[in-house]
Each structure stands twice: as C-alpha cells, then as structure tokens.
Design a binder for this molecule. Structure first.
Ligand code: PMP
Length: 357
C-alpha cells in the first residue's frame, strides 16, 4: 500500500464478497425470500420531493417503528448505514486509540478490521470447544470494549443468556452485542438493553428483513450513550428511501417478515439434518446459515459454484472444535433459502460425493 496512507492501514485490504454471478447466492446470509412487499411499495412511493431533500433527523416514523419493535424508548435507537456502520462508530464512541477490544474467534471478519482502523488493540480469544465464551480469558485483557456476536458469524452458534449476563456484570467497560441474526433465535439483546446501562445492541434489516441492498442498521442503547453514538455517526448516513422502506417493513410488513424468519429456521433445521444424513457435520446453528467444517471446503465450494450455487468458503478458522481441527480450519458457510433451493444444494453435494473427513 502507498506510503501516503496511514501506517495502521498497511496490513489491511478491502472487503471482498463472493462473486456469485448467475449462481444462486447462499454466500452472504441475506434473504432469498427477499423483502416484504410492503417495503417495496413504500420505496415506489418515494417521490422527487423526498429525493431532493436531506432525510429527516431522526427519521421519526422509522425510529417509532424500531422502538416499538425493540420494546424500548425512541431515544434508545440510533440508525445507521447498515449495522457495520454502527459497529465501527461504537468502537470510536466507547474506546480510544490504544484501548483494548476483546472478542471471541472465529467471529465477524470486519471486527478486527474496524478495530485496526480505529486504532484499537484487538484481543482475540478462541471460543471454548463447546463454542461458548472463555469469559475469564476475555476479561483478563481488561478490555475497554467487549464485542459479542450472537448468533455468531461464521459458526452460527448463540451464546447462552447467562454468559452474556456474566460479561455484562464483570466487564470493566462497555459491551457491544451484535445480533445481526437475532430474528432467527431467541435473542436477549432488546430485553437486556432495557435494563443495562453499559450495553450496545446492534441489529440489521439486511438479514431477516431482506433489505441488505438498502443498508439499514440500528443500535439499541441507553439514551445518554445513544446521543454519543449519534454524534460520532454524524448526520444523514441512512438515506430517505431506505428509511421509508424500513418503516414499512417494520409495521405493515412485520408479519410477513416474521413468517419468513420462522420458515428460515425450519429450513435450517431440516438442512442440518439432511447434511448430517449425508455424512457431513454442521455446527449447531441459531442463525440463517449453517457452518460445515470440511477439509475439502475449497474444492467443494468451486464445484458447487460450477453447478450454479455460491457458498462461502472459509479458510484458516481457529481449530476451536474437534471438527474444525480435523478440517484444518476450513469450512463451508451455507445460507438457507426456500426448500427447493436447498434440494438443489443437497443433490449437488451428493453428486460431488461430498465427504468432509
Ligand atoms: N454483523 C454480523 C455478524 C454480520 O454477519 C454482518 C453482515 N454479514 C453484519 C454485522 C453487517 O451487516 P449490515 O452492515 O448489512 O447490517
């Protein structure tokens, strides 16, 4: 990288997504069911007057809808350009350069990147073999900020509520709980945010709500912290068209979203059972994807793509479970979608003679 660039950026590179092309894309955990029709209608209703003006701050209808959805006061909501934006801003709001951010690995790949960009010291602790947190090891770093991801990307596993509560009791600073996949499990973030001062919960409309293309994320946190986060985020990160679609998705479109999230969970269970039947060993998942440790992940990923199905190939994951040790840290992360798509995936895997030993 050029010497003109800040030193701490030298080892970083831009995020790359899987190039799915014409393939069915199961690589990024977005929704194959798409957005609720009410959100699409709201987007069509955005007129030129709305486009010509800056969006309202705060986006009143959206904040109202989010507060009702989360069961919190409106002054506990901060919206952003995807939850990425809020995770990045939270690091700048609640930690200073040189402070430590502690998190368990493997986890969301952008976290070490945002930490580095914000000048934080990243302290990564492997998950336990049961994919729970090693709380003592995390807190031994005296972190200014703890990042928890539940359900976790890329493993899919959710943390027990008691583990999250212990971190909240014992962490010396603030705790960022990333619940991007919260709609696919019994996620405790909203209820914890109502009673805990030092917690920032981030969520997104990119997954269960099927609106990844519009980039809508939000944080739920105590009002005083919300004001600080809002200051750091700055104005106008969420555009007016996205705000209109999001408000519709959270009100008139909400039952549609919830029905499809329930279907995604049913598909996930069925997919995990069929993969196990086929001799593979998916990790337990509470998200809208499954993670399958697999020595042959690279080759299988290529073969599936050749058959028109894009999945995420993961390499170099820390060997925290016996299966990840056996696979040398390689795995496939496979998003769920309508069962007809899963059938295509399963028959492609069978035809490839997928065995992950
Ligand atoms: N957190 C986790 C755990 C994720 O997997 C993702 C997206 N893959 C995000 C946050 C960011 O999502 P978005 O910016 O679309 O809200």
């Amino acid at each position: 990288m050029s010497e003109l660039v800040r030193d701490l950026l030298r080892d970083l590179s831009p995020y790359t997504a899987v190039e799915a092309g014409e393939a069915v894309d199961l690589s990024d955990n977005t929704s194959l069911w798409g957005p609720p029709p009410q959100a699409v209608d709201a987007l069509r209703g955005v007129n030129s007057a709305v486009l010509a003006r800056y969006p309202a701050i705060p986006p009143a209808a959206l904040n109202r809808a989010l507060a009702a959805y989360a069961g919190v006061r409106e002054d506990m909501i901060v919206v952003g350009c995807g939850s990425d934006d809020l995770i990045d801003c939270a690091m700048r709001t609640f930690a200073q350069p040189g402070d430590t951010i502690a998190f368990a690995v493997p986890t969301f790949s952008m976290v070490p990147t945002f930490a580095a960009i914000n000048g934080l010291r990243a302290y990564a602790v492997p998950f336990t073999p049961a994919l729970d947190l090693d709380v003592d090891a995390l807190l031994a770093s005296n972190p200014r900020l703890v990042y928890l991801c539940s359900p976790n990307n890329p493993t899919g596993t959710a943390l027990p509520r008691s583990t999250i509560e212990r971190v909240l009791r014992e962490a010396p600073g603030t705790v960022l709980l990333d619940e991007a996949y919260g709609e696919f499990s019994d996620a405790p973030g909203f209820s914890l945010a109502r009673s805990t001062e030092r917690l920032i919960v981030t969520r997104t409309l990119s997954k269960a709500f099927g609106l990844a293309g519009l980039r809508i994320g939000y944080a739920v946190l105590a009002p005083a912290l919300a004001r600080a986060l809002e200051t750091v985020r700055g104005p106008y990160k969420l555009n007016a068209a996205a705000a209109a679609a999001a408000a519709a998705a959270l009100t008139d479109g909400l039952s549609w979203v919830q029905e499809h999230a329930t279907e995604a969970v049913a598909v996930r269970r069925r997919l995990a059972a069929e993969l196990t039947e086929a001799g593979l060993a998916p990790l337990p998942s509470d998200a809208n994807f499954v993670c399958v440790p697999c020595r042959q992940a690279e080759r299988l990923g290529e073969r599936l793509l050749a058959r028109g199905i894009a999945v995420r190939v993961l390499r170099g994951l820390p060997p925290v479970t016996a299966a990840l040790a056996a696979s040398n840290g390689a795995a496939l992360r496979i998003g769920v979608g309508p069962w007809s798509v899963m059938e295509r995936l399963l028959s492609a895997l069978r035809e490839e003679g997928a065995a992950c030993a």
